[in-house]
Design a protein around this ligand. Structure first.
Ligand code: JFH
Length: 251
């Protein structure tokens, strides 16, 4: 998979691409990441990428020209463009289903804004999706792009061995994870639950399911309600399509 990033702050990504998961994926040839500094496609002597918002209001908005110039220069024809995603607080909420979908695109382009955001014509003319990583406001799209890169990378074949097939499926059943323990059996007066050391696999499974359920009800009543609505079991059943599935495809 190839992931390109367009950003005013390319240096934000230098540590990331060398970090263990991504670094390994890149070394293994499973992932190719290219970070592009947006200022390269500015034309005035001050390398200006932002301007005041039409209609007034606080802050600055990123100009459209550098984004379009970058995309033209990097990919040329419209049908040669990667799947282009803008990170923005107004986007579709990122969840594991969307991560899976992005991970299946062979080539992603992540557009990172700053200040108050990006000129709407970039959204209209270049973006296939708008994605938010959560309902809080970051200072720019870079951290959100890093989240997407990491989540998508661990789904690439060969990156994780097979550990996520099982765990992600169980997360996909819509419940939070059960508590996990490793040695020692007792640590600072905190003991590992006896059931987990019993070797009774059926009781272990039942205990884990009950723990997951209790935790979900307490911490994530929204997930719990959905889990109940869906019949209270069943990993990964196809669900009826929702409006959120339809992203305005451009080009
Ligand atoms: C980003 C920023 C918008 C406007 C009401 C809430 C926001 C500040 C580019 C993604 C997630 C981001 C994110 C992504 C890209 C940019 C800062 C944007 C507003 C109106 C203020 C600039 C933030 N999931 N959170 N944040 N900003 N307000």
């Amino acid at each position: 998979m190839r992931i390109d990033v367009l950003t005013l702050f390319p240096e934000y990504f230098s540590g990331l691409v060398q970090a263990s998961l991504l670094g390994r994926a890149i070394d293994a040839g499973v992932l190719h990441v290219e970070i592009h500094g947006l200022r390269r496609w500015t034309t005035d002597r001050h390398r200006t990428a932002d301007d005041m918002p039409y209609g007034g209001g606080a802050g600055m908005v990123l100009k459209p020209e550098p984004f379009f110039a970058a995309v033209d220069a990097l990919y040329g024809a419209v049908d040669a463009r990667p799947r282009t995603v803008v990170l923005t607080p107004r986007g579709h909420l990122l969840d594991q289903r969307r991560v899976r979908d992005l991970a299946d695109s062979g080539h992603l382009l992540l557009l990172c804004g700053r200040y108050e955001g990006i000129d709407e014509r970039v959204h209209d003319g270049l973006a296939h999706d708008e994605i938010s990583i959560g309902d809080y406001v970051l200072a720019g799209g870079e951290v959100a792009a890093a989240v997407v890169i990491e989540a998508v990378t661990r789904l690439q074949p060969g990156v994780m061995g097979n550990v996520h097939s099982a765990t992600d499926e169980s997360h996909a059943d819509g419940l939070l994870e059960y508590p996990q323990y490793t040695r020692p059996a007792s640590f600072r007066d905190m003991a590992v639950p006896e059931i987990l050391r019993s070797g009774d696999h059926a009781r272990v499974a039942a205990w884990r399911a009950q723990q997951a359920l209790e935790r979900t009800r307490r911490v994530r009543p929204d997930l719990y309600a959905r889990w109940e609505r869906r019949g209270g079991r069943n990993p990964h059943e196809p669900r009826p399509p929702s409006d959120d599935d339809i992203d305005d495809a451009r080009d």
